[in-house]
Ligand binder design. Sequence first.
Ligand code: BDP
Length: 722
Amino acid sequence: MNRLPYIYILFLLPMLMISLNVSAQEDYKLWLQYAKVQDSKLATEYKSKINGIVALENSETIQVASKELQLGLSGLLDTKIEVQQNIDSENALIFGSKSSLDEDILKNLKKEFDQINDEGYIIKTIQVKSKNHILITGKTDVGVFYGVFHFLRLLQTKTSIENVNIADAPKINVRILNHWDNLNRTVERGYAGFSLWNWQKLPDFIDQRYIDYARANASIGINGTVLNNVNANALILTPQYLEKVEALANTFRPYGIKVYLTARFSAPIEIGGLKTADPYDAEVKNWWKEKTKEIYKRIPDFGGFLVKANSEGQPGPQNYGRNHVDGANMLADAVAPFGGIVMWRAFVYSEHDVDDRAKQAYSEFVPYDGQFRNNVIVQVKNGAIDFQPREPFHPMFGAMPKTPLMMEFQITQEYLGFSTHLVYLPKLFQEVLKSDTYRKGKGSTVAKVIDGSLDNHKITGIAGVANIGNDINWTGHPFAQANWYGFGRLAWNPNLDSEAIADEWLRMTFSNDENFVNPVKEMLLKSREAVVNYMTPLGLHHIMDTGHHYGPGPWVSNLSRPEWNPVYYHKADKNGIGFDRSKTGSKATTQYAPEAAKIFDDVKTCPEKDLLWFHHLSWDYKLKNGQTLWNGMALKYQEGVDEVAAMQSTWNKMGNYVDEHRFKEVQMLLNIQHKEAKWWRDACLLYFQQFSGKELPKRVEKPTQTLEYFESLKFPFAPGNN
Ligand code: BDP
């Protein structure tokens, strides 16, 4: 080693104490519990391999990495870990970036360094002066930090560190959370309390929560955060708020997290005093340039803007007869000199367009392929309607090769039972990422589109609409933490398996005991299909009650915009049910590559899980299992309810493996989920039965109430609906 290592104990104690006070509850600690290793053989191995830790640098990021290692190791190994000044003794855990390594080590790591990008890391057992050590390194400090978290994960998940040799790097550049947080601290579609950002106390008060938020994100490789709602308020761009944003950016910086903001397209009028926000207007262009300069002066690594324009009433370039390219490129030009990007959302549909809503974003955006500046990335929701329990992948992913497209997933459960229902979303995410667009033949998966490998894009991105609020457990449901975690892991590598992610999350969050991990993992993996079954089986979609989207509302038909009404989506009548999007219907299938279109078009090859998304079928249509559509659908609803009952009985046996608080919390939530699953089943089946005119099959339980009762339920104060 050619540089003096540094020690960092000074800051350790006070921070640790603050964090322990706040996180009295296990809930708060997320997957960073760092519980004592129970397996005595492994504990002995770990202790023997980690005599002390040696930091090779003292940048802010390496300081927080060192702190995390000390926190993690002292918990996992239940002993104080020495911070060493040098590596004279054997078995040190050494960490620092490439520039801090000496020639000999560098030479030996050439192969590994070639494999990783700037955010990647290497964790490797090395010899220095014939003594063994474990080295964590990377090309940048943040890479090292990610390596530190990976190393801690090995210990958290019972992995031997006897002879480590790991090189890993993220496959997607922009791995970002989208907070739909308003300046008054309400959260649009938020079910975990109020916004984390305490605007009133910022910039002077830095809540420990901000730091723990950054740690949690860094631990899963999330490197960006959009602080405010896509339904934007221009005030965020005023000096009064930018000062607060700057404080958050300063707090997150050591953790490798860049701050981004949503830009309200009409901001030049609302806060700039201009008469127009026309992107062709010289004054408007200049206003954005100056505004951007002002932001970068405060926040030199500001990430850029996220924009929802001409969608659901938000202002945009179309207000001035311009188009998405004009709007996006104007903002892109403003941020380009500073290395910023513009994430321009493709979530658009119009009440003036009589075409199938599922087709509108494609129709509006695909003609612009290749016309956006190279620092614009178009952000596309995973499906063409809106974050349903299940949607086929959005056709845009297979249709804009000359434009980088980023994925937008919703981690918050707007349409999946809020934070009350246990639904493991990485299953949903993985299903979408693995879907084949067939754009360049078989194997052109959505994952390859968004990681840029299919069309060689330089900027790549993936966004998750956050499910985080100021609830003590962050996400409302202890198991919803898995969705934040899983989003981050898949953002790092969209090819990871959701089962492996569930495994590591459970071990890190709760217990390594196989008697816990195995049954609860199974419960997680089945939970997504359960919610699909009790809400929207066989391709049904958007039949939630309107506005708040809480509970069933298949009967709703009186809203001003046709495509806001559930009846628009299920089209149930006495002849059958489903939305015909095939060649004989809206022809939405033609927006897919021919191979995919063919599969969806033909009722025989269309996956049954997507059947009623693409086809309108008679109640007597025969499903693959021989059941009629009516019976099959009713049985699916029942299956969903039964699955929740199975989840309850699994969980009820887990009391010995989990702290009492979380055990009870999950138990109560599962009880609500079971009640609500039955509500869904009964309300939907009673409603659809009016059209099918058929009896419920025997295995389906009798409804608990009448249809009139279900239709009469009103929820004026359902959360998340501002
Ligand atoms: C819908 C939500 C709405 C969001 C919108 C969006 O209901 O609150 O503003 O998406 O993504 O799912 O812009």
